[in-house]
Design a binder for this molecule. Structure first.
Ligand code: PGU
Length: 404
């Protein structure tokens, strides 16, 4: 028989969101008549806009004609889409040949982990999107999990708490090869300022580290002073890669379309190009994003698409305001929800999973336990603002009946 990959054996449990799904299912089985509402996983709920649907359906119909048919395309994606992302979403701070499109940011994070291998040292914000840590564990870039500290050996956890304005004290951190950084942050909803990101970039340059910057929620930034991309920061082209996605701004969670920007200026210790290797990985284990979906992406970033994107984002941000008001009325300390679709609520002295269970079993509302995002998330709960308006209102009315 085949020996199990020992790295997988290091993971103490399953991936966070399926685990939440299992608990939701168990609750439903115990309460067959209950209407469970999810403010849990950040999954979009509102239909695609007509303009995007038009782009998709035309492309799909075209595939049924000799003139419109296409098979495999370039692994990196349509030139037109790469160009549109560079100009419309990055204001030409990056070039089209530095943008590689894909089937989503999560998948690109996994492939970046393949790119860097298992000899790298890693730092993550604590709390953070679980893929950074779990994927690093699976690659073999970490040691074992320690139940007492809830940390993996070999990973540097950068605590991000209300007490430090959700930005780590970099002077106290050791050098690592990779630094995962997500802004607007999942799960805290915190957005790093330009000054904070400048500190991060300077830290990475001084240490010859590479930042893997996740901007999956950048479309949620309303404040014009806040940076939407790491490439707005001087020096970032020499130390950062950015992963991003069409999932959250236009609801492509099911369609699947994302991209990664790897600047030409980014080099390894020996001076060779990281982009060249990234291209090697993408051409080897990826075969290009779906052609139909890329046409949807093109529609999403033309002028009409961008206006509709703002409306979609605005809808979810109104949900965020409703959840925030509910928590304020309940006297619960909370953060985020302004330039990000997540609200991060604190329940002092309580365990995240206990609060999660109470909310699920007493209000039939699913949320996400903060401890699932790292040890510094213990005592917090993440509320997602992705949901139909009526459901969000009903969920908040039920929550208000609870006391903590
Ligand atoms: N990056 C961040 C920071 C995310 O929060 C998510 C989704 C992704 C990337 C995934 O982007 P795709 O382009 O759709 O691949 N986070 C959601 C969904 C859970 C999951 O496992 O992806 C969440 O609820 O945290």
């Amino acid at each position: 028989m085949v020996a199990r990959n020992s790295n997988l054996a290091k993971l103490p449990g399953g991936y966070l969101f399926p685990e939440i799904g299992r608990r939701r299912k168990a609750c439903q089985e115990q309460n067959p008549g209950a209407k469970i509402i999810s403010l849990g996983i950040g999954n979009t709920t509102e239909p695609l806009t007509p303009h995007i649907t038009d782009g998709l359906t035309k492309a799909a119909a075209g595939l049924g004609t000799p003139a419109g048919y296409s098979g495999y395309g370039d692994e990196q994606g349509f030139d037109s889409l790469r160009q549109a992302i560079a100009s419309k979403l990055y204001n030409n701070l990056v070039t089209a040949d530095e943008v590689l499109t894909s089937d989503g940011a999560k998948c690109d994070i996994g492939r970046l982990q393949l790119l860097f291998g298992n000899q790298v040292t890693v730092a993550v914000q604590d709390p953070s999107y679980p893929v950074y840590v779990d994927g690093s564990v699976i690659m073999g870039a970490t040691g074992d999990f320690d139940q007492a500290s809830m940390q993996y050996a070999g990973i540097t956890y950068m605590p991000c708490l209300p007490e430090n304005q959700f930005f780590p004290d970099l002077t106290k951190l050791p050098r690592t090869d990779l630094i995962y950084f997500c802004s607007p942050n999942n799960p805290t909803g915190a957005v790093a300022t330009k000054a904070q990101l400048k500190t991060l970039v300077d830290f990475a340059l001084a240490n010859r580290s590479i930042i893997i910057f996740d901007s999956a929620y950048s479309a949620y930034i309303a404040d014009p002073e806040l940076p939407r991309s790491i490439f707005e920061i001087e020096g970032a082209r020499r130390c950062a890669i950015e992963v991003s996605s069409f999932s959250k701004p236009v609801g492509f969670t099911g369609l699947r379309l994302g991209w990664t920007v790897c600047p030409k200026d980014l080099v390894y210790d020996d001076g060779s190009s990281v982009l060249k290797d990234w291209n090697r990985i993408m051409t080897t284990v990826f075969n290009g994003a779906s052609n139909v979906v890329q046409h949807g992406g093109l529609a999403a970033v033309d002028d009409q698409g961008l206006a509709e994107m703002a409306a979609t984002v605005g809808y979810y941000m109104e949900n965020a305001a409703i959840i925030e008001q509910c928590l304020a009325d309940m006297g619960i300390e909370h953060y985020g929800g302004h330039n990000a679709p997540y609200i991060w609520a604190r329940f002092p002295g309580q365990k995240s999973w206990d609060v999660f269970s109470r909310i699920l079993n007493e209000a039939f509302v699913v949320c996400t336990p903060g401890s699932g995002f790292g040890p510094a998330g213990e005592g917090f709960i993440r509320f997602s603002s992705f949901g139909h308006r009526a459901d969000v209102i009903e969920a908040t009315e039920r929550l208000k009946k609870l006391s903590f």
